[in-house]
Design a protein around this ligand. Structure first.
Ligand SMILES: [Zn+2]
Ligand SMILES: [Zn+2]
Length: 390
């Protein structure tokens, strides 16, 4: 694999950064140590640094040689997860209940390695924005940065992000044009009926009976409303009711996780959930209070920028290791907010080998350092290809 030689020489340095971050995981919007390290390193390489964007986000601005107005944004996420690490190596988490189990330590180290290389070589004409974002894991840090004026302050012709993928062989790339990850919304229903004695159900309006019907009706959204070749998930994940065996309760609660491939299906599901709640409430004579939250949009790759990624990836890992038709994942990712605001592409970098096979969010997960140089090489190629010197 033609990894950039100069980047390969910084492998042990990138690995040391990555392992230090792994030892000191920080959760959503608390990435102060991580952000300070990122800012300090960028500054030491002569890169202009802007801190506190979207709470703890950092942007580095590096101009190449020449006067081109072209710009590129490359994004890495910095946050860890609230879970206990079960690894036993030297660089395991030093903080109980917090762990870099999604590899964002690796993403950050890759982007730092890229920044160091590009600051030393400046073999490009234009401006690179290194975007270090907080709170990817459910906190909406990407949204926070966009709302904080990310693209007004640091305009990007295209914005790019990668995620490591232990389910794919090490050094392979998976990407696709259009939707690549699903939207993620939530619905919580509070059903209020009329409680009473289990022996006299006719004197109650049973919220459990309504909840069961609600559960069943929600299953028909994917089965009978969404087109059969489209992708969507409606998963009821909580159903709570009752305190005693001889009591028909007053209340029942359901919680639902909702995923959709496109904005249109997302709208369709929201409309159906509302209709079903209204219908079940009328049928059972109960009140259903619906709290529907739109959280993450789907990650939709733009065609031109996807081709740009494919070209850079092909140069680094070879045509045979680049899959342009990867299936859509029904998980979500808040890079979606950046892609709503700016054209760009999000893709997966395979990390699987004999020692790195645990899925992300597993207590024995560890980012595979062997792909640090590959990731940084593709970012460097992408910049040098898209911002060529005249
Ligand atoms: Zn994750
Ligand atoms: Zn992640």
């Amino acid at each position: 694999m033609p990894v950039n030689n100069r980047i390969a020489e910084t492998h042990s340095e990138m690995q040391a950064w990555r392992r230090d971050l792994h030892q000191h995981p920080e959760l959503c919007f608390e990435e102060r140590r991580t952000a300070a390290i990122v800012a300090e390193k960028l500054r030491s390489w002569g890169i202009e640094v802007h801190e506190g964007i979207g709470v703890t986000g950092v942007v580095g601005v590096l101009k190449g040689q020449g006067t081109s107005p072209r710009t590129i944004g490359i994004r890495a996420d910095m946050d860890a997860l609230p879970m206990q690490e079960e690894n036993d190596f030297d660089h395991k988490s030093t903080i109980d209940g917090k762990m870099h189990a999604c590899g964002h330590d690796g993403h950050t180290a890759i982007l730092l390695g890229t920044a160091k290389y590009l600051s030393e070589t400046r073999n490009f004409d234009g401006t690179v924005h290194f975007i270090f974002q907080p709170a990817e894991e459910g906190g909406g840090g990407g949204d926070a940065m966009v709302k904080d004026g990310l693209f007004e302050r640091f305009p990007c012709d295209g914005v790019y992000g990668l995620h490591n993928q232990p389910g794919m062989p090490r050094g392979t790339f998976n990407v696709r044009t259009g939707p690549i990850m699903a939207s993620a919304d939530t619905a919580e229903m509070k059903i209020t009926g009329k409680g009473g004695h289990a022996a006299y159900p006719h004197l109650t309006n049973d919220p459990i009976a309504a909840g069961v019907q609600l559960y069943t009706a929600l299953q028909t959204i994917v089965a009978r409303n969404v087109g059969p070749v489209e992708n969507a998930v409606v998963s009821v994940t909580q159903f709570q009711a009752g305190t005693g065996i001889n009591i028909i309760p007053q209340e029942a609660k359901l919680a639902v996780s909702i995923r959709a491939m496109t904005a249109q299906i997302r709208d369709q599901i929201e409309a159906r959930v509302k209709e079903i709640c209204a219908g079940v409430a009328a049928t059972h004579g109960v009140e259903i209070d619906l709290d529907y939250q739109r959280r993450y949009p789907s990650v939709v790759n733009h065609e031109k920028e996807t081709q740009i990624v494919a070209r850079a990836a092909t140069e680094v890992v070879g045509h045979e290791n680049v899959n342009m038709e990867t299936p859509i994942r029904m998980g979500s990712e808040d890079f979606a907010f950046m892609l709503e605001a700016c054209p760009g592409c999000y893709f997966f970098l395979g990390t699987n080998d004999e020692t790195h096979f645990q899925a992300v969010h597993h207590p024995e997960f560890d980012f595979n350092d062997e792909v640090l140089s590959i990731g940084a090489s593709i970012w460097a190629r992408l910049v040098e290809q898209q911002l060529p010197r005249q």
